[in-house]
Write a protein that binds this ligand. Structure first.
Ligand SMILES: [Zn+2]
Length: 168
C-alpha cells in the first residue's frame, strides 16, 4: 500500500469524465488499496480515482461515525435517489474550502466490488452525501459546481487562487 498524490483544483484530470473499468485485475485492486490508504492518511471520508490522477470509475468511502467500514465501488451508478439533505462538504482536491451542499438524502447505488461481485446498496445520512460527491467526481463535477450563484461567489477568490496555484 502506498499513499499517492492527490490532484488539486485546477488540474485537468478532475474535469475529465472517467472511463468505466473494463476488467477488475490486480492493478485495479492495488489502485483501491492505495486510494484507501491515501484517503485515511488525509483524514478524508471519500476519494475518487480522478483525484489521484487515474481517470477510471472507482471510488472509496469510509465514514467512521457511521461505522461504514471501507466502501470500494467500481463503475458505481446511482439508480435511485430520494429526499433532500444538506451537509457541509469539503474535498481533498480543494483544500481549505467548504460549503453546504444540497443533495439527495438517500441513494441506491449499483456497482462492482473489488472481487468483481455486482452489488446494490442503499446509503443514507452523511454516507449518501459522500457517495454522491464521489460519483460526481467521475463526471468531472466538483461540489462547488453544485452551489448556487451566491455560494460560488463567496468562494470565488479562494477558487481562483487554488486554480492559479495548480494549473500546469
Ligand atoms: Zn471530492
Amino acid at each position: 500500500m502506498a499513499v499517492i498524490k492527490i490532484y488539486l483544483y485546477g488540474e485537468e484530470v478532475l474535469r475529465q469524465k472517467a472511463l468505466p473499468v473494463e476488467k477488475i485485475d490486480d492493478g485495479v485492486r492495488e489502485l483501491i488499496r492505495n486510494m484507501a490508504e491515501t484517503m485515511r492518511q488525509a483524514s478524508g471520508v471519500g476519494l475518487a480515482a480522478p483525484q489521484v490522477g487515474d481517470s477510471r470509475r472507482v471510488i472509496v468511502a469510509e465514514v467512521s461515525q457511521e461505522n461504514s467500514g471501507l466502501i470500494a465501488l467500481i463503475n458505481p451508478v446511482i439508480v435511485e435517489s430520494s429526499g433532500t439533505s444538506e451537509f457541509e462538504e469539503g474535498c481533498l482536491s480543494l483544500p481549505g474550502i467548504s460549503a453546504k451542499v444540497k443533495r439527495a438524502a438517500e441513494v441506491v447505488v449499483e456497482g462492482l466490488t473489488p472481487d468483481g461481485k455486482q452489488v446494490r446498496n442503499k446509503y443514507t445520512g452523511l454516507l449518501a452525501t459522500v457517495i454522491q460527491h464521489e460519483v460526481d467526481h467521475l463526471e468531472g463535477i466538483l461540489f462547488v459546481d453544485r452551489l448556487g450563484f451566491l455560494g460560488r461567489s463567496a468562494l470565488s477568490f479562494k477558487l481562483r487562487s487554488l486554480a492559479r496555484a495548480n494549473k500546469v
